[in-house]
Structures are given as structure tokens and as C-alpha cells.
Write a new protein. Sequence first.
Length: 393
Amino acid sequence: MALTQADEERRFPEIAKEPENRRQKLVKGLWISIWLFYLSAPVTDLISGGHSPGVRLLGGLGLAAFVAWYLVLVFRTARQMAVRKVLVSVAVLSAQATVLSLTLGREWLVLFVYVAISSGAALPGEISRWTVLGTTALLAVTANAVPGGTAYLAGLLIPALMGGFAMVGVRALIRTTIELREARATVAQLAANEERLRMARDLHDLLGHSLSLITLKSELAGRMLPGQPEAAAQQVADIERVSRQALVDVREAVSGYRRPTLPGELAGARTALAAAGVVADLPRGPADGLAEELSEEAESALAWSLREAVTNVVRHSGAQRCTVTLTDRQTLAGRFVELTVADDGSGGPGAPAGNGLTGLTERLEAVGGSLSAGPAGKTGFRLVARIPLGSDS
């Protein structure tokens, strides 16, 4: 199954992507904002710490500026801000945390944890590993300069180090996933190019000799006319025979290119379901003995059935889980290979007998098989394709 670039993009974790719409930006913003809960200590100190109104105003403005710039740094990580700008921003945050802690008290030392996290999230790993350590060291120095700060130091050193280095790891994961996505896209493009070259080579091998022969015989027939009409007619007959054989060869080649296989369709189904967020339970392929007994026509019919069923699951069902089984079943009527595709969605492809299911029925009947499809219990949809083994149809 051919994958579009959009399909390739959807195969990778969302952590490696920038928010693409307002909803995704809101979700990311809310997720980041949850961790601002730990700023309750500075906020409580502003409200009930006994500070004068002027100090409260300045402290509130400083805290608001600190939080705003922290959110900018963390939220814009995927946009690859210039390293110099990030370093300056981290330095400004460190200065704010130091000034606010020295002037307002030990409750404000928690700001250094956010400085460590933002530096780990926004800076490359070879730099952030040092900025996290530097921020933690600055926290220790500042805590010793703030009255009562050493009592808070033990509870802040570990979060600063672990939070900062955790973000270093997350950033490395994002970078690795992006590189993997780009590598997979490159591999897919190279595979497509290789397939085009193979098709061009095969068509050249099929048609090169035939077309050359047709050209030579056409020239020969032209030279024979009008003096040797019988010999020219023989050349024309040869041209017709060669052209018919070339047409047969091309049709067989194109049919071979278009014929799907079960291993290929199972791999494509796994990719499509993962891209749609559906948990997939699929076999790797038919068992060795079963694969040997399936004719090309029977395998092709089952592969088309699998493709159509998975397409319906992805497009119409709204399912959370899809299960595919491929079994060799013995019945009173003989041995059958049975493909079952079941999901837990809202009812499958919509109309009971759409064009896709009608086409599948015709394909399966052509090889002596049958198709049954319909709701499975209160929710879900099940498609079952059966083909007799050993059928010469």
C-alpha cells in the first residue's frame, strides 16, 4: 500500500510536531501551564507575606514577567529559536530569579527550578547540560545568601537537576524522532524511485525487442511494396503477431504490478491503523503452509478484502481497536482460509452494500469464495472473507 507524505507524517509521535491548529496550541499550553502550580509559594508570599503595597506590585510584575518568558521559551522549543537568544533569555530568567529571591525571601527560590527546566527544554543538549548544572549551582549560592534559604535548598536541588535533565532527554527524543521521520521519508522516496526504475527496466525489456522488430519489418514491408505484395503481406502478418504478443506481455506485467499481496497489505494496514490512532492486532502474514497453498488469485482477493476493510475502519468506524485474523478452517464443506477484520467502532462502512463491498464480493466469488459483513454485537463491525483451499477457480 502506497503511503502519502501525510501518512508518513502521521506515523510519528505528536511530540515531534509543532502545534498545527488552535486546539493543539491550547492543549500544549494547558499541559505546560499545569506545572505552574508549584509557583503557589511565591504567590502566597505576595499575598500574605507582610510586604508593603509597593513591594507587592513590583514582585507581582516581576513574577508575571518571569512566567511569561518561561512559557515563551518552553512553548517555542520546536521552532528552533537561535541559541544566542535562548542563552540571553535563560540569563535574564536567572537574574530575575536571583533578584526576586534576594529581595522577597526564600519562597522565591523555586523560580530556579523553572530556569533549569526552560534551559533544558530550549537549548541543545551539549549546552543545556552545563546550564542546568550552572542554574543549580546558582540556586545553592542564592539559598545560602537568603535568610532561611538553606532549609529550602534540599527540597529544590533535586527537582532542579531532575527537571532540567529530564527536559534535556525530552529534547533529544524530539530531535531523534524528527530525524527518524526525515530518514523514513527519504527511504520511502528512494524506494519509489527504485520501483519506477524497475518498472522502466522491465517495460524496456518487454517492449524493446518487439518494437525494434516491428520497426524493421515495417521498413521491409514498405520496400517490398508494390513490387512484392505477397512478401509484404507476410511481413505485415508478422508485425501483427509481434504486436499482439507485446500487448499480452505488457498486460501481464501491469497485472503483476497491481496485484496486492497479503504481507504487503498487512504491513500497510498496520501503518494506516496506527496513523488513525487505532490499536491494531494483526498477524505478520499467512503461515508458511497456508501461504504455499494459496493461489495468486486467492491471495490477491484476500488482500483486496483486507485493504477495503481497513479503509472502512479508518474512514468510517471511529473505532479504537481493530483485530485481523487469518486462519485455516476445516468445515463440513471442506477447508477454507478465512480472513476476519473486526473493530469496536460505530458500525463500519455505512451503507450495508456499498460499492467497495460489492466489488469485494465479486472478487471473492471469482475464486470460489464468499463475503459476509455486518454489525458485531451492540458496537463494532465485522468483515469475514472465505476462500476454499485447493480451488482451481
